[in-house]
Design a protein around this ligand. Structure first.
Ligand code: FAD
Length: 259
């Protein structure tokens, strides 16, 4: 079984993430990390590889030069090889363009199973997995908290607002997993050294088809018209218990119409 896992490099979730009012894009100059949910998706793929002998795990990312580190990390965790979609014409891509470029790379690899995170921790559109399934003409199972493959069928438990559904689909298919799917293993020193020798292919839009199909406003689904910097968080209300804390709290909640 050929498994592809989509990993995204994102600004450090715990860092001070900013949008640049000039470019209207996220500032990626600071610390970037591999998206946490994507590390868990890599773990889910490695566990599937262990359960289905002969399987391979390929990591795919679309992003700037620095995104290469996200692929390297997945190779150090144990993935077999990586694909980095790198092209200046993709800078500032929205979900529609991102899905077009990634779908083209996946089509070249003809994978049996594509595993993505349910949402990225920066853009959070939670749209790319469905867009990929549509573009590739494949079934999709999204928001899975469990994942298994038996023969040519993928199954899992899909999180819902009230619990979960047991869902299944024939391979090839696209699935997205939530943070409940698995705990990501830490790359061992041996894994980090081995990753340096594993194949990591860099492809640009010319290798994926005609660039006009991917880049440019005509291929995007959204335009950012303005960016407003979030006002600094106002200091909270501090209640000191001089015997009237309960009253103060009730008054505060009432004033906030929470009572
Ligand atoms: C603050 C912010 C707001 C944004 N708002 C919008 C918006 O409203 N509409 C819009 O179209 N775009 C938006 N974008 C751009 C969007 O984030 C990018 O186009 C992104 O590459 C795809 O969307 P996503 O991150 O929301 O993906 P999601 O659909 O949330 O990601 C789901 C999964 O898809 C995979 N994936 C997503 N992107 C990549 C990638 N580049 N490489 C590899 N795997 C990937 C990962 O496995 C990820 O877990 C926004 C970006 C930011 C930073």
């Amino acid at each position: 079984m050929k498994i592809a896992v989509l990993v995204k490099e994102v600004p450090d979730t715990w860092g001070d993430r900013q949008l640049d009012p000039q470019t209207k894009r996220v500032v990626r100059a600071g610390d970037n990390v591999t998206d946490e949910i994507n590390e868990k998706a890599v773990e889910a793929a490695l566990l599937l590889r262990e359960s289905v002998p002969g399987s391979t795990v390929t990591t795919v990312t679309m992003g700037p030069k620095s995104a290469r580190e996200a692929v390297r990390r997945s190779l150090a965790m144990g993935a077999d090889n990586g694909i980095h979609i790198l092209d200046d014409r993709l800078v500032g891509s929205d979900a529609v363009q991102t899905s077009a470029a990634i779908a083209a790379a996946l089509a070249l690899g003809s994978f049996d199973l594509v595993i993505a995170g349910n949402e990225s921790t920066d853009g959070r559109t939670a749209a790319v997995p469905a867009m990929l399934a549509e573009r590739l003409g494949l079934s999709q199972l999204t928001f899975l908290r469990t994942l298994a493959v038996e023969g040519d069928t993928v199954t899992g438990e899909r999180m819902t607002g009230t619990g979960y559904l047991e869902v299944s689909a024939k391979l090839p298919a696209v699935v997205s997993v939530t943070e409940q799917i698995a705990e990501a293993r830490f790359p061992s020193f041996k894994g980090i050294m081995a990753a340096k020798k594993k194949p990591l292919e860099t492809v640009d839009l010319n290798e994926l088809g005609s660039p006009d199909d991917f880049a440019g406003a005509e291929n995007s689904g959204s335009v950012v018209t303005s960016v407003t910097v979030r006002p600094p968080r106002a200091a909270g209300t501090i209640i000191r218990d001089d015997g009237t804390a309960a009253t103060q709290l009730a008054d505060y909640l009432a004033s906030a119409k929470l009572l």
